[in-house]
Design a protein around this ligand. Structure first.
Ligand SMILES: NC(=O)c1ccc[n+]([C@@H]2O[C@H](COP(=O)([O-])OP(=O)(O)OC[C@H]3O[C@@H](n4cnc5c(N)ncnc54)[C@H](O)[C@@H]3O)[C@@H](O)[C@H]2O)c1
Ligand SMILES: O=C(O)C1=N[C@H](C(=O)O)CCC1
Length: 251
């Protein structure tokens, strides 16, 4: 059977360099290009890439995806910084290239995907919920894409269940003391040398708390999800947001 032709964009970055190694080690894949900042995107077409793994920065990802979609190259995207406006723009490009698939995953680690799912399930049963994400100090965006997504899922689950707003009597606060407000859920960002990517969801109700914690201790934690995404994205035209859509988590 012919191998899947995969290119990595952002190949010299922390997660991109790990992805290069993972694709090279995958028996069913061939690494056909590894692009860094300043490299020409035309290489993706010339190399015959079927899937691009996009792991760059929020300021580069849109240009890279526009190129991929216009050339019918499927994309697996780990880069963060997604807004409704950006997603709408991407959907417009995809509408003109209906056979192309793009998977955006705020987090490719299976444990983080499960954290989000567990938090979503628990949120309606607890009066209070707050998210703390903790990352390495070289991270350029805050809050993390994972924390933003977690908060959105929590808020949607609470709204669906008709939950009351979380109690909070704060009357005065220093700017930022109560974290960022993501759909009504406080999200706190820690940047600390020694860390990689960690998240806690704190839930509280009368007389009890529940803490859901996930730790990525190495970039290898993201690789099974990225490879799975690369294998599946070609059969999923349009935009898929979240790796959970490519997993059977109910089985
Ligand atoms: N979804 C996930 O599971 C996951 C996991 C880890 C990191 N991330 C995200 O991935 C992104 C990269 O993280 P990182 O820690 O590797 O950052 P990094 O700064 O180490 O790497 C980014 C790399 O992209 C390169 N780059 C920037 N613009 C480019 C362009 N136009 N073409 C080619 N290369 C370009 C940079 O030079 C750099 O080498 C961030 O948005 C981060 O949040 C996502
Ligand atoms: O190291 C990073 O940067 C990470 N970014 C993603 C996020 O913002 O959620 C995933 C975890 C690692």
């Amino acid at each position: 059977m012919s191998k899947l032709r995969v290119a990595v964009v952002g190949a010299k970055g922390r997660i991109g360099s790990e992805a290069v190694r993972a694709v090279e080690a995958a028996e069913d894949m061939e690494l056909v290009a590894a692009l860094g900042r300043g490299d020409k995107l035309d290489v993706l077409v010339e190399s015959g890439a079927q899937v691009v793994v996009e792991l760059t920065t929020p300021d580069s990802v849109m240009e890279n995806l526009e190129f991929c979609v216009r050339h019918g190259i499927h994309a697996v995207v780990g880069t963060t910084g997604w807004t409704d406006e950006r997603l709408a723009q991407l959907n417009q490009w995809l509408a003109d290239s209906p056979e192309t698939g793009v998977l955006i995953a705020p987090n490719f680690s299976i444990g983080a995907v499960l954290t989000m799912k567990f938090a979503e399930a628990a949120a309606p049963y607890f009066e209070s919920v707050e998210v703390i994400e903790l990352h390495h100090p070289k991270k350029v965006d805050a809050p993390s894409g994972t924390a933003a997504r977690t908060a959105q899922l929590i808020a949607a689950a609470r709204e669906k269940a008709g939950s009351a707003p979380a109690p909070d009597a704060t009357a005065t606060a220093l700017d930022g003391a109560r974290g960022a407000d993501v759909d009504g859920v406080p999200v706190h960002s820690v940047r600390l040398r020694g860390l990689l990517a960690h998240q806690e969801v704190l839930l509280g109700a009368e007389g009890e708390t529940l803490t859901i914690r996930h730790d990525s201790l190495h970039h290898s934690s993201f690789m099974p999800g990225i490879l799975l995404g690369a294998r599946k994205v070609g059969a999923a035209p349009g935009l898929t947001f979240g790796l959970e859509h490519f997993l059977d988590l109910n089985g």
